[in-house]
Ligand binder design. Structure first.
Ligand code: URA
Length: 280
């Protein structure tokens, strides 16, 4: 006997009282709802339910079986993985660090666990960007074979003619080839809603420039099933479990199609394509 006091439990080991479940605020914090303190407030405000019952402070949950909801939306509580939807403001870069010292998207979300942006938006582009530490989902979302739709609201200079809109819709010849068919509509004289499923570098800017209407302002308003008009510039939130499921469905590996009727993309087997350097 040395007379030394007993060692405290290691941080990741459940404390004796925690066996059989983790503290709810810890699970919420991991899922991206803010610090444990903020999550305690969420619980105290009665905004959190576990298996349909309003949770009280001190509640423990088993993430493998318990259904946790915040404000009525089921949340993803899988250990270790976080998925944030950020409304990127203009002037913020989509890389982890910037040699020019500009603010980065990772500085706008919690620092732990470390996350990375899924694809990129130009520094001048605003709107929705996903950040996660889920490498498998990132790989699928950025792989061209899945062709996840992205919708943009584009303010252009001048008023595009029907012919210019048709060109955008049918395909524009760019230096790296013809663009795939897009969905295009004019919502105001100089405001175009454009939906594409490719991800080439600065694609929307180059498409609009090519038809004679350079981009004045570019905002991404949807990534596959994800949209949120209430998220202000610089704000982020965790994906709900429903959103995560629909995103996973959008990039689910399809069974191989018979040679005669090949339609959908197959499983990705290589590295992400040109979506990564500057997502379209
Ligand atoms: N297309 C662009 O030109 N820029 C972006 O940031 C995204 C899509």
């Amino acid at each position: 006997m040395t007379g030394l006091p007993p060692l405290p439990p290691l941080p990741d080991e459940p404390e004796p009282g925690e066996r059989g479940g983790e503290r709810l605020q810890k699970v919420l914090a991991r899922a991206g709802f803010g610090s444990r303190r903020v999550c305690e407030d969420l619980i105290a405000e009665g905004r959190v339910t576990v298996d349909g019952e309003v949770a009280v402070l001190g509640r423990r949950v088993d993430v493998a079986v318990d259904a946790v909801e915040v404000d009525g939306a089921r949340i993803a509580v899988q250990e270790g993985l976080v998925h944030y939807l950020l409304n990127k403001p203009r002037g913020v870069v989509s890389t982890a660090s910037d040699p020019a010292g500009r603010p980065t998207v990772v500085e706008l979300v919690p620092g732990e666990p470390r996350v990375h942006p899924v694809g990129r938006l130009d520094s001048d582009t605003e709107g929705l960007l996903l950040l996660t530490n889920d490498g498998d989902l990132t790989h699928r979302l950025t792989h061209p074979s899945f062709g996840v739709e992205k919708e943009y609201l584009v303010e252009v200079s001048g008023v595009p003619s029907r012919g210019a809109l048709r060109q955008l819709r049918e395909g524009v010849e760019l230096e790296d080839g013809l663009t795939a068919p897009a969905r295009v509509s004019l919502t105001h004289p100089n405001l175009v809603r454009l939906t594409i499923h490719e991800g080439r570098n600065r694609q929307v800017r180059r498409m609009c420039e090519a038809v004679g209407h350079p981009v004045v302002r570019l905002v991404r308003t949807r990534i596959g099933p994800l949209s949120d008009r209430r998220l202000g510039p610089g704000e982020w939130r965790a994906l709900t479990i429903g959103e995560l499921r629909s995103l996973e469905r959008a990039v689910a590996v399809r069974p191989p199609t018979p040679p005669s009727g090949a339609t959908g993309p197959g499983p990705p087997d290589g590295p992400p394509g040109d979506d990564v350097p500057g997502e379209g």
